[in-house]
Design a protein around this ligand. Structure first.
Ligand code: SAM
Length: 328
């Protein structure tokens, strides 16, 4: 067996977030600017063969989880075919999807069949007008239909990702808690990160989730809880219900010491940290005929340069790329 990927800070890398496109059918205020056109060229996107090759190499080096993300992954044509190919990799234990769910109603059955087990769905508001304002015109009813399809097709658990923004949607957190109790979903609250100009301007609405937790504790009895999934959220359970609420606090309490992941962008750039510029371009290697040993050597060399932590607080200006370009 080959030695598993471990970075200089003794963190085992067992999770790849795989962006299959930088395009998205929504324009969330904190993510992509309205009218943004500067997308990558589809011919630069890794093909399904190339993606499968990289992910296979990763699994042979110890990666056990892959999350399909983007941009909006459901806008990439034939995504279920890619999911099926990755789902068939013998060492991959967990294949999941992050989506805005706009197109999930159509794709949920094929994705489930392809081996996707669970989904994370972005949902920042349950009010149609506010949802449209946050997402640049998104239709809430499509997302709700997508969520219903996820449930009906046994994608489990469904985790709702809510980016909490002061004076934008922080008055809706309790409604979201009740909705998730009713629907048997998991709720994850996320602090806004200063990624790109959009993320930075939205940071003006930053709200520490510690405050949110205190507010929630006045309304609900919160018990400590755990949730499988390998992610950075710290969970509580709402007493008397099955609802788990996760707090993802990259700003107020970062979780870099337990980081287990890297991000492969649609164009084959491997980002070693969401909040740093360190990266390695895999596409030239793949297209110049590198063999598997060379590919794995490149992955090892990349992980040897994984930064210790992000500096969203110390250097909020640093990351100019948008979340959708890295693969959120
Ligand atoms: N389109 C898919 C989705 O909606 O889940 C996957 C990609 S999206 C970039 C992944 C996640 O990143 C979403 O939950 C989104 O809310 C979050 N996100 C984007 N920009 C962010 C920012 N500046 N701060 C915090 N979260 C952000």
């Amino acid at each position: 067996m080959e030695p598993r990927l471990t970075d200089p800070f003794n963190r085992a890398i067992e999770y790849v977030r795989l962006s299959v496109t930088d395009r998205c059918d929504l324009r969330c205020t904190y993510c992509l600017p309205e009218g943004f056109r500067n997308f990558g060229e589809p011919e630069h996107w890794l093909t399904f063969d190339e993606i499968e090759r990289v992910i296979r190499a990763f699994t042979e080096l110890g990666v056990r989880r892959v999350r399909l993300t983007g941009g909006e992954p459901l806008t990439r044509r034939h995504l279920p075919e890619l999911a099926a190919r990755l789902g068939a990799l013998p060492q991959l234990e967990d294949l999941s999807l992050s989506t805005n769910a706009v197109r999930l109603k159509k794709f949920a059955p094929a994705l489930r069949q392809a081996g996707v087990r669970r989904v994370n769905v972005s949902l920042d508001s349950l009010r149609p007008e506010r949802f449209a304002a946050i997402t640049g015109g998104g239709k809430l009813d499509k997302v709700l239909a997508g969520l219903a399809a996820a449930k009906a097709n046994g994608l489990q658990p469904v985790k709702i990702n809510m980016v909490v923004m002061k004076d934008v949607n922080d008055d809706e957190i309790e409604d979201m808690v009740r909705y998730c109790i009713e629907q048997d979903f998991t709720l994850r609250l996320i602090e806004t990160m200063p990624m790109g100009d959009t993320g930075r301007s939205a940071s003006g609405h930053y709200l520490s989730l510690e405050l949110v937790r205190q507010r929630l504790a006045e309304k609900f009895e919160l018990l400590p809880a755990v949730m499988p999934g390998g992610g950075p959220a710290r969970y509580v359970r709402v007493a008397g219900t099955e609802l788990r609420i996760g707090f993802i606090t990259p700003i107020s309490q970062h979780f870099c010491a337990t980081c287990n992941r890297v991000r492969l962008a649609a164009d084959g750039v491997l980002y070693l940290c969401l909040g740093q510029d360190d990266k390695v371009e895999l596409r030239p290697l793949l297209r110049q005929g590198a063999d598997d040993a060379e590919l794995k050597q490149a992955l090892r060399a990349a992980i040897a340069h994984k930064p210790e932590r992000h500096e969203f607080r110390e250097q909020p200006q640093k990351i100019i790329r948008f979340m959708s370009q890295t693969g959120g």
